[in-house]
Write a protein that binds this ligand. Structure first.
Ligand SMILES: Nc1nc2c(ncn2[C@@H]2O[C@H](COP(=O)(O)OP(=O)(O)OP(=O)(O)O)[C@@H](O)[C@H]2O)c(=O)[nH]1
Ligand SMILES: [Mg+2]
Length: 416
């Protein structure tokens, strides 16, 4: 029997060293957290079974896996586990034990992830290749796994790739008709909401110009509800002057309602709201200004097309306090990946309406076409290839399998 103690920055690194220096058959006798990492005691040719006891303890403490299979693609449940309630004061030993079990659990998950990804690569190389390629677009692992499973059985590799991309395009929720063009429904009141600096005001100007190209400027009015920052309204007034369109302001829901009443003869009213960070206390003021008028206007969420999965989820969670008719992806020209935003649109069933890919008014705005978005996503991945670590791929693969969040913050997503 050989016993050895390993210190490393994290459990994965420790386990790699255990595997290298002892062997894959080594058992973990003990693990503990250090101030700057972890310590693991491992053994090979160990005749007693303390490792098995530890594993049994983990299994006993773990809730049994759900009997029913997971649906194909559902948002993961909010992060809750046996360990999520914090330890009570003075519960030091129990807390230490929980941490240790969590470490072992994470270690086992990491090993299982590696195994299951290796098996997939050996048994289903085409499907594994598609999964890898879809993650390369920045897609959510669960979505990438679902799409690759659907198309991975195609005999021809090129055909499989085409069908996987077609599958992605089919899943994208896209507004069936562009609101500005379809003027059959009478007056349209659109409000743009979203975080600071995402391009709301610029997009309002683009939308107004886009409408004016077809129907003239006579029927358009612009409204600003941004009375918080000096200069914010001036930007909209500037665009109003350039386009020859009147600009009005409203400070609260009452003023906005009265204004909409006075503008009843305008066929298109575009409302520019103040950009608020998700943690800004004024955010709820802006949303509560729109909420009472939800039946009279359509709110569109403006989101950066290159946002990460976590950011997209965060933005949607904050702004869905007002009913959202759809979503506008901006700054596509600056994005290195748009897969996370596309995944979020699918996950939250947020209809994609327009994309903005530059600062020019009105040129850099177009209505969303699903196949065009998928083509853009592929182009970005081709132009800016990113090497993907096999361990992270294994993690993503396992995360997709179990609907959990990956730890490396790559293409993972957060339940909201
Ligand atoms: N590259 C790029 N820049 C854009 C795009 N859309 C807007 N911008 C630029 O982003 C900056 C912010 O745009 P705004 O329209 O002021 O953004 P906003 O959301 O109204 O900002 P706040 O009102 O401060 O929340 C400006 O410099 C715009 O020219 C786009 O699609 N691509
Ligand atoms: Mg603005």
């Amino acid at each position: 029997m050989k016993i050895k103690r390993f210190q490393a920055r994290n459990m994965r690194e420790a386990m790699n060293r255990v595997r290298q220096e002892l062997s894959g058959d080594a058992v973990i006798l003990e693990s503990r957290r250090l101030a700057d990492g972890v310590e693991v005691v491992a053994a090979v040719d160990y005749d007693e079974t303390p490792a098995q006891q530890t594993l049994r303890a983990v299994q006993a403490a773990e809730p049994p896996p759900p009997a029913a299979p997971r649906p194909a693609y559902t948002p993961p449940p909010p992060a809750a586990s046996a360990w999520s309630t914090g330890p009570r004061a003075g519960d030091g030993e129990l807390a230490a034990l929980r941490r240790e079990i969590a470490e072992v659990k994470s270690l086992m998950q990491s090993q299982l992830a590696g195994l299951s990804w290796s098996r997939e690569k050996m048994q289903q190389p085409q499907r594994a290749g598609l999964f890898r390629a879809l993650l390369g677009l920045g897609l959510d692992p669960a979505l990438a796994r679902e799409l690759s499973a659907e198309a991975g059985a195609e005999a021809d590799a090129e055909q499989a790739k085409r069908s996987v991309l077609q599958g992605l395009a089919r899943k994208l929720p896209v507004l069936p008709r562009e609101p500005l063009i379809d003027t059959t429904g009478g007056q349209q009141v659109l409000a743009l909401v979203g975080p600071t600096g995402v391009g709301k005001t610029t997009t309002i100007a683009k939308l107004a110009a886009r409408y004016a190209e077809r129907h003239g400027t006579r029927d358009i009015a612009l409204v600003s509800t941004d009375h918080y920052r000096i200069g914010a309204q001036e930007q909209l007034f500037h665009y109003g002057r350039l386009l020859g369109v009147p600009v009005q302001t409203a400070r609260d829901a009452g003023e906005l309602e009265a204004l909409l009443g006075r503008l009843g003869d305008r066929r298109l009213i575009l409302i520019d709201t103040a950009g608020m960070g998700p943690r800004d206390r004024l955010l709820s003021n802006q949303l509560s200004l729109l909420r009472p008028l939800a039946g009279k206007l359509s709110s569109y969420l403006v989101m950066p097309g290159g946002a990460s999965a976590g950011d997209c989820d965060h933005i949607v969670a904050q702004f869905r306090a007002t009913p959202l008719a759809g979503c506008i992806l901006t700054k596509i020209d600056e994005a290195t990946r748009i897969g996370a935003a596309l995944s979020a649109a699918i996950r939250h069933q947020l209809a994609l309406a327009w994309i903005s890919d530059g600062q020019r008014v009105p040129e850099d705005l177009c209505a969303v076409r699903a196949d065009d978005l998928v083509r853009r996503a592929c182009e970005l991945a081709r132009l800016l290839p990113q090497a993907r670590d096999e361990e992270l791929l294994a993690d993503d693969y396992a995360a997709a399998q179990h609907g959990r969040q990956t730890q490396h913050g790559g293409a993972s997503h957060v339940a909201v």
